[in-house]
Design a protein around this ligand. Structure first.
Ligand SMILES: [Zn+2]
Length: 322
């Protein structure tokens, strides 16, 4: 079914308003029902536009039918409210035209085609094919230039490649994409950067971001891998039997700064995985008699709601912009 019949919107108007308003729309990844419920509850409560986001691997994990049903349940809940918030359903890291086609068939209103590992000409060709197809259905497309470190493609930070500002104009012109993910120092996964003892977090490359903005003024930029990996939660994981060492995220004030400029979409996935794990570990550790999953997944969901609201209000600036 087409996304408009279901009630989703594409990202065009969302990004236009975010650009003008100096904030970014949250793109929260979800992997299960409780996370999705928390995202919807938090964004409705803080009156934030939202992009619900699922990767190919998650679509496989959840299964195509459940993905369709869960996303429809989410939008139904939003539509029932007196003042519905704009909500998009986005494919994260689509790797082929086929995958994008299937997502559009299933009601996705926006897709990413990630050709960032390819040479520029090849990336342009692959991305343009998806744009030509998706635009027939008024589905918006995100492309990517530059390579992030982290889990996405098993590259290390040493192999990561910042976006070259001199190619963004050509890429955007030739492909017709609606938004562009760039690499300016954010990273996928729980360890965004390896710090030596006493070393503080290096700044995101705001100089590169500025150059990109000058080349393509008014064009919506996307940041992937933007979790902050709060020490509070990594400490909680480690205190209650876990072992996550050297986890370092992106300082929230740097993300906030990026959102005030051309960045219109910020992807946050790892923070929510970490929060769930931390809360569940704590509860199972403190009460060894618990056997009902609602007793630990429920509180994890409550904690997620708080975290998402805080992100919308204090980091992305998207609260009360719906
Ligand atoms: Zn990503």
């Amino acid at each position: 079914m087409h996304y408009k019949e279901i009630g989703f919107v594409n990202t065009k108007e969302m990004f236009r308003r975010a650009y003008e308003g100096g904030y970014a729309v949250p793109a929260y990844n979800f992997i299960n029902m409780e996370q999705l419920q928390a995202i919807v509850a938090a964004c409705m409560e803080s009156r934030s536009p939202v992009i619900l986001q699922a990767s190919k691997r998650v679509r496989q994990y959840v299964g195509r039918e459940f993905m369709k049903s869960m996303s429809r349940a989410a939008i139904e809940l939003i539509r029932q409210s007196d003042t519905p918030i704009p909500c998009a359903l986005h494919l994260d890291h689509g790797d082929s035209l086929e995958e994008c086609k299937r997502s559009i068939e299933d009601g996705f209103s926006s897709v990413m085609i990630d050709g960032s590992a390819l040479p520029l000409d090849e990336n342009i060709r692959v991305t343009k094919n998806v744009v030509d197809y998706a635009h027939e259905f008024d589905v918006t497309v995100e492309g990517e230039l530059g390579v992030l470190s982290g889990l996405e493609d098993d590259v290390t930070r040493e192999k990561s490649r910042y976006t070259d500002p001199s190619s963004v104009e050509e890429f955007v012109d030739k492909t017709g994409v609606d938004s562009l993910a760039v690499s300016i120092g954010t990273a996928h996964g729980v360890t965004k950067v390896k710090l030596k003892p006493g070393e503080s977090w290096p700044s995101l490359r705001f100089d590169i971001l500025k150059e990109i903005e000058i080349k393509i003024p008014g064009f919506p930029i996307v940041l992937h891998g933007s979790s902050s990996i709060s020490q509070e939660y990594t400490d909680m994981v480690n205190k209650y039997g876990g072992n996550i060492q050297g986890a370092v995220g992106i300082p929230e004030e740097q993300i906030r700064k990026a959102c005030r400029s051309c960045v219109c979409k910020v992807n946050i996935a790892t923070d929510s995985l970490l929060v769930m794990t931390a809360v569940i570990r704590k509860i199972l550790h403190e009460d060894t008699t618990v056997f009902d999953p609602r007793k630990y997944i429920g509180p994890a969901r409550d904690e997620l709601v708080k975290m998402y609201i805080k992100k919308n209000k204090e980091v992305l600036g998207s609260a009360y912009k719906a």
